[in-house]
Write a new protein. Structure first.
Length: 393
């Protein structure tokens, strides 16, 4: 199972309608795709997001590929450590300055996911079974309630209800973070009135507030039975619009948690086990949203999952449900995956890019029992609309 080649490509496609977060609209869907081939002909695929696609592709091609060709594909922890030693940290002066930490971790994630795909296929097991789980459908929430230019609150709530009914969701996520606390309360009140008392509502602020604002907004939303408040505070290096930077992101998240009855969810931008440890210990979150496509892959996810379980914290992985459903099904403390309306929101990474994309029925995402991730890559789409950095389409 020696690694014979590592391919990488990326694709960016416009969305039909901009879907807004607190900081502005998402106008395109972006993905980096990695494919590993072994000397015996096994192929595994991985994906990465969350950093510059050209930079991550360059890191895979120029940084990881030379390190990993000829290594055994099953040695995921060993290879992760080798790459970490070679490319992370400030004591590596030969690393290009454009290869910032988040981009390196994203590149590592894409490669790690592909390696796990190879391992599982070699064993004839799905990723879920390889991790010790039994494939079963996982509850999914509809990721909706975006800020859309010109859309009224009533129309947003109605659209949310339509998405719930289309696939039987019993939970939905609404975006907040623009305007005063009364605006946040109005958005969730409108959704609550539309969907009724039995649907769970999550809210995502996308790092919009400082600590005092977050507490004020949370208290304004408390009457509407909110399942969680996601990422209320700005991460290091992403200053709040009126403050320089939250001094201790995790400790301040803990302050928010202490001043509201709404459980806190976070972790999509915590990129290592150590960062998630601090989030859990100081942030007092109820849900960890570690994202295996942004933060080091399955190898790091497994460590975060173990620490969360030891601390009584639930897993609700962020985004990319076509990968995360396999991992979520392997852990008893995983409670949700995040699903999207592919026609409106995330065209590039939906069914067209990844044939085998799992479906949602009755509010649950299927978790198949095919070897590996059970996904393919659409070479035609990549060739026609992507950038093939090193890809044998």
């Amino acid at each position: 199972m020696k690694i014979a080649d590592i391919e990488v490509a990326w694709i960016q496609l416009p969305l039909p309608v901009g879907r807004g977060l607190s900081g502005g609209p998402i106008t395109s869907s972006t993905d980096l795709v990695c494919r590993i081939t072994t000397a015996g002909g096994l192929r595994g695929i991985g994906e990465a997001r969350g950093a510059s696609l050209p930079v991550m592709a360059e890191i895979v091609d120029k940084g990881l590929r030379p390190l990993l060709i000829g290594e055994h594909a099953a040695a995921t922890q060993y290879l992760w450590t080798q790459v970490e030693d070679a490319l992370l940290g400030d004591d590596h002066p030969t690393r290009p300055k454009t290869w910032e930490r988040r981009a390196v971790l994203g590149a590592m994630a894409a490669v790690d996911l592909a390696l796990w795909d190879v391992k599982a296929k070699a064993a004839g097991l799905s990723i879920c079974r390889l991790l010790g789980g039994k494939p079963h459908a996982i509850p999914a929430y509809s990721s909706s309630g975006f800020f859309v230019e010109g859309q009224s609150l009533e129309a947003m709530a109605e659209e949310t209800l339509e998405e719930l009914n289309a696939r039987g969701f019993r939970a939905t996520k609404t975006r907040v973070g623009r305007g005063e606390p009364e605006i946040s309360a109005a958005r969730v009140r409108g959704v609550r009135e539309a969907v009724g008392p039995d649907v769970q509502i999550m809210v995502d602020a996308n790092q919009a507030w400082d600590t005092g604002e977050a507490i004020a907004h949370a208290r304004a939303m408390e009457p509407y039975d909110i399942a969680w408040l996601e990422e209320p505070l700005p991460s290091p290096g992403r200053p709040h619009r009126r403050t320089r930077e939250v001094k201790d992101w995790d400790a301040e998240t803990g302050r928010v948690a202490a001043h509201t009855t709404i459980p806190i969810a976070s972790g999509e931008n915590h990129v290592t086990l150590e960062e998630c440890r601090d989030l859990i210990d100081k942030g007092h979150v109820r849900y960890v949203q570690f994202d295996c496509t942004k933060n080091g892959g399955v190898t790091e996810f497994v460590k975060v999952a173990a620490y969360a379980e030891a601390k009584g914290v639930l897993l609700a992985p962020h985004h990319v449900p076509h990968f995360h459903v396999q991992i979520a099904a392997a852990f008893p403390h995983a409670c949700w995956v995040e699903a999207f309306d592919n026609a409106k929101q995330h065209v590039a990474w939906a069914q067209d890019l990844f044939p085998g994309y799992p479906e949602v029925r009755d509010g649950h995402m299927e978790c198949h029992d095919k070897p590996g991730w059970g996904l393919d890559v659409n070479d035609r789409l990549l060739k026609e609309k992507g950038t093939l950095v090193h890809w044998r389409a």
